[in-house]
Design a protein around this ligand. Structure first.
Ligand SMILES: Nc1nc2c(c(=O)[nH]1)N[C@H]1C(S)=C(S)[C@@H](COP(=O)(O)OP(=O)(O)OC[C@H]3O[C@@H](n4cnc5c(N)ncnc54)[C@H](O)[C@@H]3O)O[C@H]1N2
Ligand code: MOO
Length: 392
């Protein structure tokens, strides 16, 4: 190959940035909550109601005046009952209480709760409190959110708990970004779909399955192109098929072999943004364009393709930074010259331990792992020091 006219050995940050720059800015659409998992919020979401809608009890028990109970054990007169949807409207006087249930509103005059576990029935109209009632078991009106308050900001991905929150705010639908459409292709003569017997030298296509699931988690629409053999004409046909997508994600064929045509096609017939990232696993990844279609070529090795997805592709697709935290290293973590290492690791009691087998073909190193520990170029970590961990 003559001297390349494109950058090689780019940093992890530059790879992410260069990919994000090629992705189109999508419009907005409104979807029902049931269809919004993983989607990106297109606008701020404000509460239509306050929650709790009234000051209410967090426990089943009685509501009373705290001041009446400080000298517990004490006996109070029961003057009524408050249930969710059937509040007690009258004023409670000194020495009185009402029976109350979780989520039911307090009534005027009450400011504290005593749970049933701390109560004894004296007779049909009196209860004895074994402990003072507590203001801490009162949930104030609007303690979670107030009507009109902006609770979720545009740009956030909709996780299950955020979707539950949108429903609690009173919305049945939500405005989200139109999904990026990502065509997905596995390459390699030896790659076959699972479910058929393997011939000698073949391997099951795990990349398509893992990458498709990761794309769906990112809220993308997946156009599954299946698999192409290591032949330039077959690859070109697939590239044409991917034409309508916002991005083509491939795996395999990006390294130095004679049959690594994916790379050759982009280098010779497309435009290359970069080839090779200063990271391991996943170093040989390539970013380019084919007739205007952005193409990200992931390495074929199963761990490499999924790690590059997590570290580079996912943040570029979602616009969200990686969620990392610092943990204490339970084992040493090696540094590599000239590249960032992403070691698969397990987390136990707040410490992070290197997974025993780190080969790029050992898929269990990823499926068993809790975290990827990132070790910057040349900065080895000793046991006991802190490391940056990306939780999986
Ligand atoms: N001489 C060199 N050889 C290699 C280098 C290098 O720098 N010099 N880099 C190595 C690294 S690092 C990686 S990573 C791999 C990436 O190679 P390719 O992207 O060209 O991948 P393939 O050769 O097509 O396949 C590698 C490996 O992965 C298996 N594979 C491929 N596709 C799938 C799939 N869809 N599902 C499951 N497994 C798949 C394939 O059978 C091979 O075992 O190159 C190194 N070589
Ligand atoms: O980058 Mo490769 O993933 O080390 O095998």
């Amino acid at each position: 190959m003559t001297a390349p006219s494109f950058p090689m050995f780019v940093s992890v940050e530059d790879a992410r940035h260069l990919l994000a720059r090629l992705l189109p800015v999508k419009g907005e659409e409104t979807v029902p909550l049931a269809a919004a998992l993983g989607r990106t919020l297109a606008q701020d979401v404000a509460a239509l109601v306050s929650h709790p809608s009234a000051t209410e009890s967090a426990l089943d028990g009685i509501a009373c005046r705290e001041a009446d109970t400080l000298a517990a054990p004490v006996t109070l007169r029961v003057v009524g009952e408050s249930r969710a949807g059937q509040p007690f409207g009258a004023q409670v006087q000194a020495g009185e209480c009402i029976r109350i249930y979780t989520g039911a509103p307090l009534c005027p005059g009450t400011d504290a709760i005593c749970p049933v576990e701390q109560l004894e029935d004296v007779d049909a109209h009196h209860v004895r409190l074994l402990r003072p009632a507590s203001r801490g078991d009162v949930r104030p009106e609007g303690g979670d959110f107030h009507a009109g308050e902006v609770v979720l900001k545009a740009g956030l991905p909709l996780t299950p708990s955020r979707l539950a929150l949108v429903a609690a705010l009173g919305h049945a639908e939500v405005k989200v970004k139109v999904r990026l459409s990502v065509a997905l292709l596995s390459t390699g003569d030896e790659v076959v779909a699972p479910g058929t017997p393997l011939q000698p030298g073949q391997v099951y296509d795990s990349n398509s399955v893992g990458l498709s699931a990761m794309l769906q988690e990112c809220g993308c629409e997946v156009v599954a192109l299946g698999h192409a053999p290591d032949r330039p004409d077959a690859l070109k046909a697939m590239l044409r098929e991917a034409g309508g997508a916002d991005l083509l994600l491939t795996s395999g064929g990006v390294s130095m072999g004679r049959y690594d045509f994916m790379r050759d096609l982009l280098v010779e017939h497309g435009e290359v943004e970069f080839w090779k990232i200063r990271m391991r696993p996943g170093g040989p990844a390539i970013l380019g364009r084919w007739n205007g279609l952005p193409v990200f070529g992931l390495p074929g090795n199963p761990v490499s393709s999924l790690v590059v997805f997590q570290v580079i592709v996912k943040p570029a697709l979602t616009g969200q930074p990686l969620r990392t935290l610092r943990l204490k290293a339970g084992t040493p973590f090696k540094a590599l010259p000239d590249k960032t290492a992403f070691w698969r690791a397990t987390v136990l009691n707040g410490e992070v331990y290197e997974y025993a087998r780190q080969g790029s073909g050992v898929l269990r190193s990823l499926s068993d792992a809790d975290a990827l520990v990132s070790v910057p170029e040349g900065q080895a970590v000793q046991a006991g020091e802190s490391v940056e961990a990306l939780l999986l």
